[in-house]
Design a protein around this ligand. Structure first.
Ligand code: BES
Ligand code: MN
Ligand code: ZN
Length: 494
């Protein structure tokens, strides 16, 4: 995958196809039509037919013969919007790239000039994100590759002018760093458990850290025992594969700046344990480490961007397996901070491993901690696959996340943590129990985590947004990479 910037007239750019965005707004449509017809006479029949109106995501492909250096042009409609948001451009770029791929094109040039209401840098970033992310497929295990029609776009060029060249360069560079992080997160989330399990996840993180520039420390089972991480060890005790605790450090901010700590749930497969899940759809639980994938992808992107910030990411990782040595309901675990929890349901395992990670985060004296986890089925019922459930104690970080969510279209919606819900997770024998039943399931999961928090904190439940049951625009089915764009946007504007 690559992206370049070209300062040239679009009709002179060499690529398999030129994509031009056209607004449905009457005045803007007429202006675009006039400019296109004067440059590319071959487009007369397209406009004469009135087939193309500029309606959102409408695409029309035409062959341009001698009037252009590229053999094809694709017009993509933007809809009737006076101001174009980044999301409009991401979707339009994705529609253009998909149409191009379906015609066998691998190099696509996007014309950046004619779009109103968005600055050149944001537009270039949105084009890069939308076009390249739309081409993602987890197909590395397909030994018979598709070719010709139905191939993929692997190279994009953004066409601009001298005045905007600098901004467009910046936008494309940021877009590429983001696409790399999101793609890494998707690959990790989609990889099956026989490829990505705790030790191979740790290896992968070490490789990425070495390549892009963050420090990785992997704590093994012995170290985890020394730290008395009873939650991580408890969930792991049914598995033949040992747990890991992965620490990533990216300290490029001022020495005096307290770090932001990210925590990602790293269950590489969730069978439910002894409280076994139903068989149907269980394979989705290979993505139960999407929280981990999101924070690893984010570390990759911010290192590529060279952000001047201090960020630490923590990943507790294990499988959740049923076996003769597995946790059973009624067991009581003691966490790193000495608190105890009774196991009511072994399928509520995410909060057990996160509890220890949240205790560990305390040693960084963090400015804030944000955890990401595919934590509850309840959040999928409440908010679907479009919106992440947000809970926590840190008002400032919550509003930063809300602002970043609007820009990236990775929506968040806050659920309350009223104290009265606590009684649902009270235990007869231990400090708390690990399940509060079906009612308010996402809230009681977050309240469980809150018992281990000693700093400003936000929890993001990405069970719905991380594991998509259907494709949309530039996000395919399966692991979505959610969180990478959200956290990166928030960190860039901190
Ligand atoms: N990993 C699951 C949550 C999940 C469900 C993620 C569906 C993605 C899609 C989690 O470990 C889990 O099993 N949660 C239980 C908790 C319950 C036992 C209190 C749930 O949501 O049913
Ligand atoms: Mn579970
Ligand atoms: Zn789980």
């Amino acid at each position: 995958m690559s992206a370049t910037v070209s300062v040239a007239a679009r009709r002179t750019v060499k690529a398999d196809v030129i994509v031009v965005f056209v607004s449905q707004n009457e005045r803007q449509f007429k202006l675009a039509e006039k400019a296109l017809l004067s440059e590319i006479p071959h487009l007369h029949p397209v406009f004469a037919s009135n087939d193309f109106s500029g309606k959102a995501l409408q695409t029309t492909l035409a062959y341009c013969g001698s009037s252009m250096a590229a053999p094809r042009i694709i017009l993509v409609g933007l809809g009737d919007t006076s101001t174009n948001k980044a999301e409009t451009i991401r979707r339009a770029a994705a529609a253009g790239a998909k149409r191009a791929a379906a015609s066998g094109c691998s190099h696509v040039a996007f014309d950046c000039a004619s779009v109103s209401g968005i600055d050149a840098q944001s537009q270039a970033q949105a084009i890069t994100e939308g076009a390249l992310l739309s081409q993602y497929a987890f197909d590395k295990y397909k030994t018979i590759k598709k070719n010709g029609n139905g191939g993929k776009v692997s190279k994009i060029t953004v066409i601009t002018d001298k005045a905007n060249q600098k901004s467009v360069n910046k936008g494309v560079y940021a877009g590429l760093a983001i696409v790399e992080g999101v793609t890494l997160a998707r690959d990790l989330a989609n990889a099956p458990n026989n490829e990505i399990y705790p030790e191979t996840l740790a290896k992968k993180v070490q490789e990425v850290g070495r390549r892009v520039g963050f420090k990785t420390t992997v704590l093994d089972k012995k170290k985890i025992e020394e730290l008395k991480m009873g939650g991580l060890l408890g969930v792991n005790q049914g598995s033949v594969r040992p747990p890991v605790f992965i620490v990533m450090e990216y300290m490029k901010g001022p020495k005096s700046e307290k770090p932001l700590v990210l925590v990602g749930k790293g269950i590489t497969f969730d069978t439910g344990g002894i409280s076994l899940k139903p068989a149907a759809g269980m394979s989705d639980m290979k993505s139960d480490m999407h929280g981990a994938a999101s924070v690893i992808g984010t570390m990759c992107t911010i290192a590529k961007l060279g952000l001047k910030r201090n960020v630490v990411a923590l990943v507790p990782s294990t499988e959740n397996m049923p076996s003769g040595t597995a946790l059973v309901p009624g067991d009581i675990l003691t966490f790193m901070n000495g608190k105890t929890a009774e196991i009511d349901n072994t399928d509520a395992e995410g909060r057990l491993i996160l509890a220890d990670a949240l205790c560990y985060a305390d040693r960084y004296n963090p400015s804030a901690v944000i955890d990401l986890a595919t934590l509850t089925g309840a959040v999928v019922i409440a908010l679907g696959t479009l919106t992440t459930g947000m809970m926590g104690t840190d008002t400032k970080t919550k509003s930063r996340l809300k602002a970043a969510a609007e820009k990236t279209n990775e929506y968040v919606c806050e659920l309350p943590l009223y104290e009265e819900y606590e009684e649902l997770i009270s235990s007869e024998y231990a400090d708390i129990k690990n399940s509060g039943g079906r009612e308010a399931g996402s809230i009681t999961a977050a309240l469980f985590l809150k018992h281990f928090v000693t700093y400003p904190w936000v929890h993001l439940d990405i069970a719905g947004t991380g594991i998509k049951s259907k494709a949309s625009h530039y996000t395919p089915r399966g692991g979505s990479g959610v969180g990478v764009r959200l956290l990166t946007e928030m960190l860039r504007n901190w």
